[in-house]
Write a new protein. Structure first.
Length: 277
């Protein structure tokens, strides 16, 4: 029996989105440009993150790239002579505010999604592309994938929260090394230092990533949301405060139909059927 696939109109061919088995599969689709961000792709990606994050029929977001790259970051060619005149005419403060807003609506929105988010990397992720991958909860990568912070190579300091995200994933010393050198980090090392959660054969990436996302998408919605809240607070609050908030959320989940279903399924030795209630 075939599974229903809902194709979502993103407004551009540079970004594809479909919903399968409660997983929103969002594909950056500029393979000829290593899926670099563009004036069409980036706004569409912001919209899809928000739309899928709010859609009750979506239980998890899976972000990937077409072809042999995840996302090479900003369009370097656009940083030079092709830079838009409107941007050049902005004041310093206007340009800062513009970037802050674009960041808030992309990696900021991705971190804020209260559903599991997975990045599947078929190949390189660099610069802002790496920030997008790190803003997801989990990263699964093909064996041929690699990452680079990249900013050093174009004389820039970093954006989209890359320093914050990188520091929390790999620690201060490694984050500084990767930012200051912009070195290429191969998949096995990326997994060893905590940048990747899993590395799989290239031809298994999309299947393995979808299976992982589907398992989470079909889980207890409220419990997963509260898990994300607990994990976020683990980085921000002291132990006593985080522990107290954790207790409150657990009691709330004991009052859900999904909890009752999980207990009954355990007793009956069957797979639970969660409904998000």
């Amino acid at each position: 029996m075939s599974k229903v696939v809902e194709v979502i109109d993103t407004g551009t061919s540079e970004l594809l989105c479909e919903i399968r088995e409660r997983v929103a599969v969002i594909t950056l689709n500029r393979p000829e440009a290593r899926n670099s961000l563009s004036d069409h792709l980036t706004p569409a990606l912001r919209t899809m993150i928000r739309t899928c994050g709010e859609n009750p029929d979506v239980g998890a977001l899976l972000i990937t790239g077409a072809g042999t790259a995840f996302c090479s970051g900003g369009d370097v060619k656009g940083m030079g002579a092709n830079r838009k005149q409107a941007v050049l005419e902005m004041s310093f403060d206007e340009r800062v505010a513009d970037l802050q807003e674009r960041q808030r609506l992309l990696t900021g929105a991705l971190v804020a999604v209260r559903k599991p988010t997975i990045a599947a990397l078929p190949g390189p992720a660099a610069g802002a592309g790496l920030a997008i991958a790190m803003a997801c909860d989990i990263r699964i990568a093909a064996q041929s994938a690699f990452v680079s912070t990249g900013y050093l190579r174009v004389g820039l300091s970093g954006d989209y929260g890359i320093a914050w995200l990188l520091t929390r994933l790999v620690g201060t010393a490694r984050a500084r090394e990767l930012m200051f050198t912009a070195e290429k980090v191969e998949a096995n090392r990326a997994e060893a230092i905590g940048l990747f959660n899993r590395v799989v054969p290239d031809d298994r990436l999309q299947d393995e990533a979808f299976i992982l996302a589907r398992g989470m998408a079909q889980g207890p919605t409220l419990a997963l949301r509260y898990m994300k809240d607990n994990l976020d607070e683990a980085l921000a609050f002291d132990f006593a405060t985080a522990r107290d908030h954790e207790a409150e959320r657990l009691i709330r989940t004991t009052m859900t139909a999904d909890h009752r279903e999980a207990v009954q399924a355990f007793i009956e030795k069957r797979k639970p059927n969660f409904t998000g209630n």
